[in-house]
Write a new protein. Structure first.
Length: 485
């Protein structure tokens, strides 16, 4: 076999064999050495069967002590994990039983031009993600005891009394369910470190049980949090969850939310959310999604009513305060939004700081607003609390010495290069509006719409855009996201 080409493109992926890198839509995806080499070899020979012996000779020949069968299976699992591929329904790598593997997607050889793709970790604010959560396939065998078999054994051993006691015990929660619940609790805290921890739990949940629908729904929600442009991946996961279990209320809820936040499909979203509410009336997150849809459509009073009712029914759901602060801001009750954010901050929850910051901007309290805004941005970075505090103080000092154009201009510069500019385009539009640079703000909104960023669903009611509501270009954007009625 001749030398392999250096770079390939397949689907939204690019593989650089020379540098050992795999990227999706420009974002680098971590892949260990052996899985990467397997992928490089398969994608270099699309449509051909690459036998297990060929893979062994090329990749494992020098390691005589390795269990090759186990090593190859593990490498293929990790490769599919990175690609979001499925052994049962492959888009990229097909298993050829007892022979090897075949790469089934079209592959393009990229001629080297010296041009390098931009990596996500080049963006300083770290609000953009690393990779979206990959699909997990071919998990290890599940090892769970059957309660029926166990019950029979106990009955035989200790008699009917013990069997009756066993039957009265509460059902054991599966590892997949436990991991899912831990993961979603972390994700709802809406800070980057917590979301990353939550994703690890959800990945493990799917690995424990690939047919556990809620975990796929949770991964879809996490995907859009870590990469706001990953709508297609997120919706694919959510639809998979609904297909696995049509009676899963939380699955319908997450799919419904994604449909209106990323695709502006308000009607289908409403159908899924109503179904979700009927299937799982005890879910606070479903009620929050219903409220978000109402607010985005301009019915902020109704949204606040849903949130207030949810807060009474689910006092343990602390994240509801974030939505209450947001809706109070959208209703122009800036003092109320600030109070709600402060209440959350007293419980060490930082997600409400966004709405405190923009409420303060609307009140002209710019120094306090800059301080709150950097607190919110810091919660979506991996910086330590001391570093975040230092950045907040430095930003306020910058404002005091050079004014708002300098303080917000620093953020615009910080997010000015791809891919940060695309991921932060909605934020950039808001900062430009605060500076009175309306035409530039509209251009950023156009980018945000093209990227499918979730925050643009509130364009119809966000006070920061009030000065351009009659602008034809802004009205055109509202029509694009189906909010012109």
């Amino acid at each position: 076999m001749g030398p392999l080409p250096e770079r390939f493109r397949f689907g939204s992926f690019e593989l650089d064999r020379r540098n050992g890198e795999l990227r999706k839509s420009g974002l680098r995806i971590h892949l260990e050495n052996q899985p990467f080499r397997v992928l490089a070899m398969l994608s270099s020979r699309p449509g051909e069967i690459v036998t297990r012996d060929e893979l062994k000779e090329a990749i494992w020949a020098s390691d005589t002590h390795v269990d090759f069968d186990r090593g190859l299976t593990r490498a293929v699992n990790k490769m599919r994990l990175a690609l979001g591929d499925s052994g049962a329904n492959p888009r990229f790598v097909e298993t050829v039983p007892r022979r090897g593997y075949r790469f089934v997607a079209p592959v393009t050889h990229i001629q080297s031009t010296g041009e390098e793709l931009l990596a996500t970790d080049s963006t300083t604010p770290e609000l953009a993600s690393t990779e979206p959560p990959p699909v997990l396939e071919e998990p290890p065998p599940r090892r769970r005891a059957s309660w029926t078999v166990l019950g029979v054994a106990v009955a035989v051993a200790v008699g009917a009394a013990a069997w009756w006691a066993l039957l009265r015990k509460p059902a054991k929660v599966s590892p997949a369910r436990s991991g899912y619940e831990r993961g979603m609790a972390l994700i709802r805290e809406l800070s980057l470190p917590k979301v990353r921890q939550g994703i690890d739990e959800l990945r493990q949940s799917v690995q424990d049980d690939p047919n556990f629908a809620p975990a796929w729904a949770g991964l879809s929600q996490a995907a859009i949090l870590l990469d706001p442009t990953a709508a297609d991946t997120a919706i694919e996961y959510a639809r998979r969850s609904v297909d696995l279990d049509p009676g899963c209320g939380e699955c319908h809820g997450i799919l419904g939310k994604l449909l209106f936040t990323t695709k502006w499909n308000w009607e289908e979203a409403g159908i899924h959310l109503e179904k979700a509410s009927a299937l799982k009336p005890d879910s606070s997150s479903i009620q929050v999604s219903l409220a978000m849809r109402e607010a985005a459509l301009g019915r902020v009073t109704e949204a606040l009513h849903i949130i207030e009712q949810a807060a009474k029914r689910f006092p343990e759901a602390l994240n509801i305060g974030t939505n209450r602060a947001q809706f109070l801001y959208l209703q122009r009750d800036y003092d109320g939004a600030i109070r709600e954010s402060d209440r959350m901050h007293a419980m060490n929850l930082t997600s409400g700081l966004e709405w405190k910051a923009y409420s303060l901007f609307q009140q002209g309290r710019h120094a306090d607003a800059i301080y709150a805004l950097h607190g919110f941005l810091g919660s979506w970075s991996s910086a330590s609390p001391d570093v975040i505090a230092s950045r907040r103080n430095a930003a306020v000092t910058r404002f005091m010495s050079a004014g708002l154009p300098a303080a917000l201009g620093d953020l615009l510069k910080l997010t000015g290069s791809p891919p940060a500019a695309r991921i932060h385009s909605h934020n950039r539009a808001r900062w430009l509006m605060l500076l009175g640079r309306h035409d530039e703000a509209i251009k950023e909104l156009t980018v945000a719409v093209d990227a499918g960023l979730t925050d643009i669903i509130f364009l119809k009611v966000d006070p920061v855009f009030d000065p351009i509501r009659s602008d034809p270009a802004f009205r055109s954007i509202l029509r694009t996201v189906r909010l012109d009625s």
